[in-house]
Design a protein around this ligand. Structure first.
Ligand code: ZN
Ligand code: ZN
Length: 341
């Protein structure tokens, strides 16, 4: 698809959305049966706690560094799954916050995290804006929304894709901005810090939404850009590979940092339409002209996908080595604080 104007979500009369991309083909019943058969017959042993600690160490961040980020730089920390803290030019932004034990509608059933968050919500620095990519349970965690609201109250500004605003308001979020693809808005400078303007742009993703079982695709899904004059960041949310990324790169690239999903991609017959694999993540890193990318959406929750849990990191390392380019794609540890010019 060459025409940028076609990259808007399809809207149906019943209020639901659909991807406009020609490759999107959601798996039907036959593939679902095959998937459950493959999942049932996969017999990978569950790693021990020691093995997880060795492979995926969770680092306790130095809180003073988060309270006083270096001036003129971009500081970031992977908290886990798609939750990342981005600090630049006086702004503190959080993506898809999940602190919950499980990503599920029921507190005691569903995927249970195998890596704890490196800090609590109370230990976060002052957050200005939170972006939500879509309403799946591993990206929109009700207990985290509630805890963030009780900690930050009116100071917190939420940016969500079209159709998700009423859900957020009903959960006590008072400043909610709903955007569709290519729309942008700026959080108010509520902390009175006289900062450069921050633009938050809602950008496409190839995915879907479902929360209650009866609301399939009734709210939109997206990726996000946050940028000032000095720094720009892109956050993938959940997505399959689609032509939108080259367009995002052309319109808004290059990016100083991109947080790109690299996990939950196997088997491909089931996942390809909705989740990129590490090879596609690497292609997006190129499409965006990203100066630095970090892998997210892996190493935190068992997502029901069949790839070995360390494989995303191994593939990214191999691709980076083969590419040898000057713009790295890396994985980082939970809680490790990184800075970038
Ligand atoms: Zn999702
Ligand atoms: Zn996800």
């Amino acid at each position: 698809m060459e025409d940028d104007d076609l990259m808007v979500p399809i809207r149906y009369n019943d209020g639901s959305f659909e991807n406009p991309f020609p490759r999107f083909d959601f798996p039907g019943g036959g593939k679902m049966c095959r998937y459950f058969r493959d999942r049932f017959s996969s017999n990978a042993p569950t790693p021990t706690r020691d093995e997880y600690d060795r492979n995926l160490p969770v680092i306790k961040p130095q809180l003073s560094k988060l309270q006083n980020p270096p001036e003129g730089k971009l500081q970031y920390m992977w908290i886990g799954h798609a939750t990342v803290l981005y600090q630049f030019d006086g702004w503190n932004v959080l993506s898809d916050p999940i602190w919950g034990e499980r990503c599920s509608p029921i507190s005691f059933i569903g995927p249970k995290r195998y890596r704890p968050p490196p800090l609590t919500i109370d230990e976060l620095p002052d957050i200005d804006a939170v972006v939500i990519s879509h309403n799946h349970y591993d990206h929109l965690c009700i207990s985290s929304v509630t805890a963030l609201n009780s900690r930050f109250g009116d100071q917190l500004q939420w940016f969500v894709p079209e159709g998700l605003g009423s859900w957020m308001s009903a959960r006590g979020c008072r400043r909610v901005t709903e955007l569709s693809w290519w729309e942008s808005a700026s959080p108010d400078d509520l902390r009175g810090m006289k900062r450069d303007k921050l633009d938050i742009v809602c950008t496409p993703a190839q995915h879907w939404s479902l929360r209650s079982g009866f609301d399939r695709n009734k709210s939109l899904w997206s990726s996000w850009i946050f940028k000032t004059e000095k720094h720009s960041v892109w956050f993938s949310g959940d997505t399959g590979y689609c032509p939108a990324f080259k367009v995002i790169g052309k319109k808004y690239g290059p990016f100083d940092l991109s947080a790109i999903a690299i996990g939950a991609y196997c088997p491909r017959y089931m996942m390809a339409a909705q989740h990129i694999n590490p090879e596609e993540a690497f292609q997006i890193h190129k499409d965006l002209q990203s100066k630095l990318s970090i892998g997210i959406h892996w190493g935190t929750f068992p997502m029901g996908s069949l790839e070995p849990y360390m494989e995303p990191k191994e593939i990214i390392e191999r691709l980076q080595q083969e590419d040898g380019g000057q713009f790295p794609f890396i994985t980082v540890s939970h809680g490790a604080i990184h800075t970038q010019d």
